[in-house]
Write a protein that binds this ligand. Structure first.
Ligand code: PEP
Ligand code: MN
Length: 340
């Protein structure tokens, strides 16, 4: 971090600033110019409050040279992180497909979809038991029963399960869940992030509707700073002025995040487009862009789905998509461990 100090300031103010920075455990390199003096801060500046320093009258400007996230930063961990979810590796050269309904609706529904997506080559099962809905009158999920049904589907198919946690008060119900999903609306629920970080379980962290990639990485940092290194990032579309799709899929998030972090990145073409027939092209584009996986909504009867039916593929559409995905994965140099 660099602090540019105006030479018009009092020497005592200058000394106080230098002392304060040193008290934070940082080294300070001073270089005096004609009109200003530059302080180069050396050490871990992630705890320095940049806004506080900028607000001082004596300070002309402050610039970060290093990103404020450490655990998620590729600079400190150059190799791609590979996360093992029930024997399925994601990250590095390993590609995975997570599929299933938006929400768990009944035992028959989740078992049928789980068997179908497995037969088509999905390697993990998704399904919401706790649903964050815009309307309080919309289906809110089967909650604890939904988790039990997901675990039944896991026992039947062997597929690890991914499901969303909305509140810390439900965390006990998630002990047999393989991946805890933190949804877009909770990306900056920092208390929730800290609690999931304490579980040490793999976490699928979705990008918020209006959050920058740096904010996504800071949220990953919250989880990782509690000792959980197994964070999978998910781009699920952001809100823009465009209305023809539910959200705008920011596919450039894949190379941009890959530059900055070693964490695996998954694309959600379902929530980003909101339209079933756009799921295939965006899935193929995501594989081409270098994503480490996909999370796709599949329903046995999309027209009757209690949530997100318009963006859900039926099992036949998913099977056709998987056939294409399997062809592209080796072209981008990745391995896929679903059905051959
Ligand atoms: C979901 O995965 O069903 C979901 C609610 O996703 P998001 O948080 O991305 O809207
Ligand atoms: Mn959904």
């Amino acid at each position: 971090m660099i602090i540019v100090v105006k030479n018009s300031c009092e020497q005592s103010q200058f000394d106080n600033l230098v002392e304060w920075v040193k008290d934070l455990g940082l080294d300070v390199h001073v270089s005096r110019g004609e009109n200003s003096t530059v302080l180069g801060l050396v050490g871990d500046t992630s705890r320095v409050d940049i806004d506080l320093i900028s607000s001082l009258d004596m300070v002309d400007k402050v610039q970060r040279v290093q990103e404020p996230y450490k655990n998620a930063n590729r600079k400190f961990h150059p190799e791609d992180s590979v996360i093992d979810v029930g024997g399925h590796k994601i990250g590095g050269l390993n590609f995975q497909v997570i599929a299933g309904p938006c929400s768990v609706e009944s035992e028959a529904q989740i078992i049928e979809v789980a068997n179908a997506v497995k037969a088509s080559g999905a390697t993990m099962l998704r399904g919401g038991a706790f649903k964050p809905r815009t309307s309080p009158y919309a289906f809110q999920g089967l909650k604890g029963t939904g988790i039990e049904l997901l675990l039944k589907a896991k026992a039947e198919t062997g597929l690890p399960v991914v499901t969303e946690l909305l509140s810390v008060t439900d965390l006990d119900l998630f002990k047999d869940v393989d991946v805890i999903q933190i949804g877009a609306r909770n990306m900056q629920n920092f208390e929730l992030l800290k609690e999931v970080g304490k579980t040490g379980k793999p976490v699928l962290l979705k990008r918020g509707l209006a959050n920058t990639l740096q904010e996504l990485l800071m949220s990953a940092e919250y989880i990782m700073s509690e000792g959980d290194s197994e964070v999978i990032l998910c781009e699920r579309g952001i809100r823009t002025f465009e209305t023809m799709t539910r959200n705008t899929l920011d596919l450039s998030a894949v190379p941009a995040l890959k530059d900055k972090t070693h964490l695996p990145i998954v694309i959600d073409p379902s929530h980003s487009t909101g339209i079933a027939k756009y799921v295939e092209p965006m899935s193929l584009a995501a594989v081409g862009a270098g994503a480490d996986g996909l999370i796709i909504e599949v329903h046995n009867d999309p027209k009757r789905a209690l949530c997100d039916g318009a963006q859900s593929l039926n099992p036949e559409q998913f099977d056709a998509l998987m056939g294409k995905i399997r062809k592209i994965i080796p072209i981008v140099g990745k391995k896929y461990d679903g059905r051959d």
